[in-house]
Ligand binder design. Structure first.
Ligand SMILES: Cc1cc2nc3c(=O)[nH]c(=O)nc-3n(C[C@H](O)[C@H](O)[C@H](O)COP(=O)(O)O)c2cc1C
Length: 176
């Protein structure tokens, strides 16, 4: 099972990107978590640009999503919404429809136990508009690590493991 993972944070030391690293570590044999590394290179969406060859970062995004059996998105909340860079990237795949029918799990790393609920809600709506199926949406409380502390926090690992399992179950059920 091929899981394409997108972090909504461009921050170098991002707790959301950390969650995706944990997901890659806990993914069971036979599954692979591949992280999209070019979110910051995706230009502002413009339908005019869809007529020719699309910008390389958009091509990478579309290729990764097309090859995926499932998608994992971990995102911060900014000003009660998902980050603009994430929404922008999703706008690029409305017309090309790579998300259509795909199981998606949504994670939000926040220092607060209830942080990011609005971003998750908005993201879930955007995914539904694109025909994706959100199988799980949860906030994971992560204190900003001083030295990768978040990665060794047992409660974070347990939460991410449970979400990865749900996502893989949904992907397997869809392909059965
Ligand atoms: C400009 C800015 C706005 C934010 N707005 C919100 C918000 O509206 N709601 C929320 O729960 N957290 C908010 N946060 C906190 C971040 O979502 C939180 O720190 C998150 O864990 C950062 O993720 P990252 O480590 O992956 O970059 C905001 C942070 C910044 C920098």
């Amino acid at each position: 099972v091929n899981v394409f993972a997108i972090s909504g944070s461009l921050q170098r030391r991002s707790t959301n990107t950390d969650l995706l690293r944990v997901a890659a570590l806990v993914a069971p044999e036979g599954s692979e978590v591949i992280r999209f590394a070019a979110l910051g290179d995706v230009p502002g969406f413009n339908p005019d640009l869809e007529e020719g060859p699309v910008p390389w970062a958009v091509a990478e995004l579309r290729k990764g999503l097309a090859a995926a059996d499932a998608v994992l998105i971990a995102t911060p909340e900014y000003a009660h919404g998902m980050p603009g860079v994430l929404k922008n990237a999703l706008d690029w795949v409305v017309g090309s429809a790579e998300l259509y029918g795909k199981p998606v799990a949504v994670l939000c790393a926040s220092p607060r136990p209830d942080g990011g609920a609005r971003a998750r809600e908005w993201l879930t709506q955007t995914l539904a508009a694109q025909g994706a199926v959100t199988v799980s949406s949860s906030t994971v409380q992560v204190r900003r690590p001083t030295d990768q502390e978040g990665l060794t926090d047992a409660s974070v690992t347990a939460a991410v493991t449970s979400v990865v399992r749900k996502l893989l179950d949904a992907a397997n059920a869809g392909s059965a």
